[in-house]
Design a protein around this ligand. Structure first.
Ligand SMILES: NC(=O)c1ccc[n+]([C@@H]2O[C@H](COP(=O)([O-])OP(=O)(O)OC[C@H]3O[C@@H](n4cnc5c(N)ncnc54)[C@H](O)[C@@H]3O)[C@@H](O)[C@H]2O)c1
Length: 455
């Protein structure tokens, strides 16, 4: 077997949820699905070469992993980062398939990218990179075939350049990428969607676990990352009356006992659009914000109720999870894909199982990314729907749909976990990890069987 650690980690998490459940006992027809689904329907790997600003030729590898289009056209983001490789993209595409199923919309799963970090490159060079990347990718995508979106280092600016290149190569204007600009096909709330969705579902979890007695209001929330997801999650936490005690980037973390303000988050947004590190953004800050070089936030916050990993994969270790539990964390919802390591998830899940409803302690309730961060791709699907009709929906309508679908996804995961997860602890909250994996799997598996892909 090839050595693909990130993909194997994601696969094993889903496999464990299925094997430990009673699903196959009740529905033996699903037994062969996972072994078919672990092989992507198609992988495109291609050379991307361009001239850098020094006049030198650079070459990198571009990818698109089209994992399943059983529920709709392939859909998933593009990541431009030096860490991009086939293992990372297969893990992300695999996650995407189940996440997209959970949104309740008609989309399949894919992921792609380039093993280059565009940070620090000029706008002109960025345009050449995007044109070189799209020179090959355009052959494999289309509004009814595969609709890529953004991911790490692929924000609105890069999507614009990629779309421009697509228009030239294809001589068409169609909704082929999502995350578009406001005057050429965007959906309202696409930039905000993932971060807002993470906070909406966290709020729903708190209300469910406390039977409506508590909400995110008054809670201390540790957030990692400072990009798209982290910024909008932080803003929504403040709007709903919570306190944001941390943010981070790949160079370190900022923590604040009294709370990071809206103005601070706006400064992060402005600084990050110029690729500035947090250390530079807060170099002259007069508030109690402390920058800790090389650190992640988790062991640097004192008291915390909620943790929202929103940076990158495997960014919460087992040790950090233990620290978070001691610091009082009760809810963990992942904005980032595979934010917690398997060791960290095990600690959170053990805490959940150990708690009993007869005590006031509900343990730790962990929400996996395929459920917690699904609002991004959900609004991308809304963008596809709007583009097909050449209309733009009202922002309030999109926001209400995000709230509704997040709650429905949570309730479906709770119901599915209660039905199949095979835990004889009726006192504990249901496992959202298992519930989300099982609920997403059932939808995809049914379609694969209907299509004759599994027999
Ligand atoms: N943007 C979306 O709609 C969306 C949707 C679903 C999931 N996600 C996931 O959310 C996460 C963040 O994505 P984003 O869109 O905010 O990207 P972004 O490029 O806007 O921000 C990425 C953040 O991660 C940090 N980061 C990157 N590598 C790091 C490392 N090695 N160590 C510490 N920090 C690091 C960066 O400093 C930045 O704060 C990713 O896991 C992504 O797959 C994003």
């Amino acid at each position: 077997m090839s050595y693909e650690p990130e993909f194997e980690q994601a696969y094993k998490e889903v496999e464990d949820s299925l094997v430990q459940s009673t699903l196959f006992k009740h529905h033996p027809q699903y037994a062969n699905v996972l072994k078919v689904l672990r092989v992507p329907q198609r992988i495109v790997q291609f050379r991307v070469t361009w001239e850098n600003d020094k006049g030198e030729q650079e070459v990198a590898t571009g990818y698109r992993v089209q994992l399943s289009n059983n529920l709709g056209p392939f859909k998933g983001g593009l990541r431009f980062h030096e860490s991009v490789n086939l293992s990372v993209l297969k893990f992300l595409a695999f996650e995407q398939v189940f996440k997209n199923a959970l949104t309740g919309t008609s989309i399949g799963g894919a992921k792609g990218g380039l093993n280059v970090n565009p940070q620090g490159r000029s706008d002109k060079e960025l345009r050449r990179i995007c044109q070189a990347f799209m020179a090959e990718l355009h052959r494999h995508i289309g509004q009814d075939v595969d609709i890529p979106a953004g991911d790490i280092n692929v924000g609105g600016k890069v999507i614009g350049l990629l779309f421009g290149a697509w228009r030239q190569y294809s001589n068409t204007f169609e909704g082929v990428l999502t995350g578009k600009g406001t005057n050429w096909g965007a959906s309202p709330f696409r930039p905000e969607a993932t971060g807002y969705g993470v906070v909406y579902i966290t709020n729903d979890m708190i209300e469910y676990a406390t039977k409506g007695k508590e909400s995110i209001k008054g809670k201390r929330v540790a957030i990692s990352g400072s990009g798209n997801v982290a910024q909008y999650a932080a803003l929504k936490v403040l709007e709903l009356g919570g306190t944001v005690v941390s943010l981070s980037d790949s160079k370190g973390a900022i923590v604040s006992e009294s709370g990071i303000s809206k103005a601070d988050i706006e400064a992060v947004a402005a600084g990050k659009s110029d690729y500035k590190p947090l250390s530079a953004i807060f170099a002259e800050s007069k508030s109690d914000i402390k920058f800790i070089p090389g650190a992640r936030p988790w062991t640097n916050v004192t008291k915390v109720d909620v943790a929202l990993p929103c940076a990158t994969q495997n960014e919460v270790s087992g040790q950090e999870a233990e620290y978070l539990v001691k610091a009082g964390v009760k809810y963990v919802a992942e904005g980032s894909n595979m934010g917690s390591t398997p060791e960290a998830i095990e600690i959170f899940e053990k805490q959940r199982l150990a708690a009993s409803s007869s005590s006031t302690d509900s343990g730790v309730w962990f929400c996996p990314p395929k459920l917690a961060n699904m609002a991004g791709v959900m609004v991308s699907q809304f963008e596809m729907a709007q583009n097909s009709q050449r209309v733009t929906w009202e922002p309030e309508y999109v926001d209400s749909l995000i709230k509704k679908h997040m709650k429905e996804g949570l309730m479906l995961s709770i119901e599915t976990a209660s039905k199949y997860s095979n835990e004889n602890t009726s006192d504990a909250l249901p496992s959202l990890l298992k519930g989300a994996n099982l609920a997403g799997f059932i939808k995809v598996a049914d379609a694969m069987i209907d299509h004759g892909d599994v027999f």
